[in-house]
Every structure is written in C-alpha cells, then in structure tokens.
Design a protein around this ligand. Structure first.
Ligand code: PLP
Length: 394
C-alpha cells in the first residue's frame, strides 16, 4: 500500500477525461458515439511543418538544445510577437516550453509560495486551479457571468484582491466560452492590476482563432507598464494544429523567465528538438492553412450555434473565438426531468450517444461545452440527436 503525496490527493480528476473514457468504452462496444469533447483542431499539421521537422532530423539536429529553447526559435517567436502585436522582447525574456500547459505549470512553480492567491475567472480552463494548487497556491474564483458574456468586471476583480493576491489569469479567446475581452475591458482590468501590483497571466493560445469582426487584443500591448506586468502564454498547438508536438512559449519579465529556465533545466531540459524545428517553420512558413482552418471553424460555428438555440431550454451566446460552444442547458435539464446538468450530460451520452463536457468541470454548472473541432456532418448529427433527446423526454 503506497501513500502518495498530499498534493496528488488534492488533484481534482479531469471531467473531460472521465467523459472521454466513457465515450470511448461505448464506442469500443460498437455504439455510434459522436464525441464533441475534443480540445484540438481536427486538421492535420500542415505538411510544410512536418517536412521541416523531418529535414531537421535528417540533418542531425537530434541533440539537446538550450533549456529555454533553440536560439532561432526564440528569435522567431520574438519576431512573431513584434509582427502580430508590436511587442518587443529580448531573447532573455522568452522561454520555449513543452506546450503552453507546461509553460503555465512552470510559471506557477516559480511564482507562488504557499498560500499565494491566483485569481481565476470562471468558467475556467480545467488545468488552471490544479496547477495553482500544485504550486501550493490558492485559486480564487470570480464568476464571469453569462449576462457579461462570461467575462469578469473590474469591480469583481477589485473585490477579489487581497494581500496575498499574486496574479490574475486572463484567457481570451476563452476556453470554454469562446468569448473575447475588448481593448476597453482589458484597459480597465489592467489599471486595477497595476494599482494593486499584481501580475497578469495572459493565456493567448486561441489568439489566431477569432471570427467575424472580432479581434484579439493582448493586454500587454496597452501600455509599457502593462507589458511589464504581463506574462504572455501562447504556442503552436491550436494555431497550427500541432497539439501533439508540445511547443508553447512564455514571454515577459526577465527575472521570471530566467527562473522558469532554471526550473526547466532541472525538470524537462529542452522541449523536443524536432518539434522546435517544426515550430520555426510554423511561424516562418506560409500561413494559408490557418485561414482555411478558420474558415471551416467559422462555418461550423454559424450553423451549429443556430441549431443549438432551436432546442427547447437551450440558450447559447455566440462565441467569437476558439472552437467551443458553451450553451446554458439548465432549462433543458429541468424540462427533461434531470436534477442537474451533470445527470443530463451522462444520460445524453448513454441514450443519445453524444459526448459533451458538463459545465461543472469548468467551475460553472448549468452549461455544457461542445467542441466544433469535428466535421460539420458529425456536428449536425450530434445536435439533431440532442434536440430529439430533449423533445422525447419533455
Ligand atoms: N490554455 C488553454 C486555455 C487551453 O485550452 C489549452 C489546451 O487545451 C492550453 C492552454 C494548453 O495548450 P498546449 O497544447 O500548448 O499545452
């Protein structure tokens, strides 16, 4: 009998993984399950990126790189930040990480002492609170309300700040809601962060996935003071369909980046060399597959968003970015006799064979998350099944 560390016992099991596992076991038993749980683009990595990675291996680039990443990749990321956001970072202010997720993990490890608080707006990406807890920090939640497009207000932020507040996380476009903070909203939030001397962790992993006339603004671009107070987290996973390659980055204050580099040097060493060469090509090569991918996502979003709202008891705001829909199904669950959305979701999977993620996993009951990173055909079939499921149970 092994006694595991307290920090492991305190981890909350991932709802996403639980649903995905159940969906898989139904699929393995021969059921025609449609999974809308995916957190990754359904397109393959563009061929030029794969070719560049293979070429790098054939040329012998198969050894360690510096822990913070290949100098050429850091330079490339610097150029990307300059070009896309007009932000200038020195190489010493950038670290390449094993995905954005590991960048965040490392950041919390170097930032937090026991009891330090990190403000996390709900609905949140599932890993934020767990990573904060793993660094002995305390997640402090603020409710992003549906009437404010799931975004937090400056007043809410101000009220949540204590002497122990170290940082706030801004994830725009958001997973799971797809909502985007405007420049004005970010300015107001930024002022409060500066006045209270708290760090802004800006998770911009869905930066490239924005639709219609929506624009992504990085809070770091709003003033030199805000740039100094912000750590940008980003990567190639979602923008270039490279989830499996595990390349992300963090950019910001040199002292923090140096600490992250020291930690990485003793934990992961460098991110996989081959994947770093792929990432160089991702940023330097042609970007046309990005536009194609966005076009497909936007078409799916428009169709599915409308169909979802036709289901009795379902209300869905129209997301502006990422590839998730986050409808309120509280009424639908009540109309169909379920005591909670969790039970609704579980029955939806067993009886209608559609896998979605319950909002409880994102700190917000009453909602479900549907990913539209799957074919339009699948999506239409899935939404028709949900519709029929609700009608039949009413
Ligand atoms: N941040 C958010 C909001 C995400 O949704 C994800 C992936 O699902 C990540 C970070 C992590 O991305 P990566 O694959 O680069 O680790």
């Amino acid at each position: 009998n092994i006694t595991l560390a307290q920090r492991v016992n305190a981890l909350t099991p991932s709802t996403t993984l639980a649903i995905t596992a159940k969906a898989k076991s139904l699929k393995d038993s021969g059921y025609d399950v449609i999974g809308l749980g995916a957190g990754e683009p359904d397109f393959n990595t563009p061929q030029n990126i794969i070719d560049a990675a293979v070429k790098s291996m054939n040329e012998g680039h198969t050894k360690y790189t510096p822990a913070a990443g290949l100098p050429l990749l850091k330079q490339t990321i610097g150029e990307k930040l300059e070009k896309d956001q007009g932000l200038h970072y020195e190489a010493s202010e950038i670290i390449v990480t094993n995905g954005a997720k590991h960048g965040l993990y490392t950041l919390f490890q170097v930032l937090l002492d026991e009891g330090d608080e990190v403000i996390i707006p709900t609905p949140y990406w599932v890993s934020y609170p767990e990573q904060v807890k793993l660094a002995d920090g305390v997640p402090v939640f603020i409710d992003g309300l549906e009437e404010n497009e799931f975004k937090i207000t400056p007043a809410q932020l101000q009220n949540a700040i204590t002497e122990r507040t170290k940082a706030v996380i801004i994830n725009s476009p958001s997973n799971p809601t797809g909502m985007i903070y405007t420049e004005e909203e970010l300015k107001a939030i930024g002022e409060i962060c500066l006045a209270n001397n708290i760090l802004i962790i800006s998770d911009e992993i869905y930066e490239k996935l924005v639709y219609g006339d929506a624009v992504h603004v990085s809070i770091a671009t709003l003033s030199p003071e805000l740039k100094e107070a912000t750590i940008i987290i980003n990567g190639v996973s979602k923008s270039h369909s490279m989830t499996g390659w595990r390349i992300g980055y963090a950019a910001g204050n040199k002292q923090i980046i140096t600490a992250m580099t020291n930690l990485a040097s003793h934990s992961t060493s460098n991110p996989t060399t081959t994947a770093q060469y792929g990432a160089i090509e991702a940023y330097r090569g042609p970007q046309d597959t990005l536009a194609e991918m966005n076009k497909a996502f936007e078409e799916r979003l428009t169709i599915i968003h409308q169909k979802l709202n036709e289901i009795p008891g379902v209300v869905c705001l129209k997301p502006k970015g990422a590839f998730y829909l986050f409808p309120n199904v509280k009424k639908a669950a009540a109309l169909t006799g379920f005591a909670s959305v969790d039970e609704f979701v579980s029955s939806l999977l067993e009886e209608a064979l559609v896998a979605v993620i319950p909002g409880s996993g994102f700190g917000t009951e009453d909602y479900i998350r549907l990913s539209y990173a799957t074919s339009l055909e699948n999506l239409e079939k899935a939404v028709a099944r949900i519709h029929e499921f609700v009608i039949n149970k009413m």
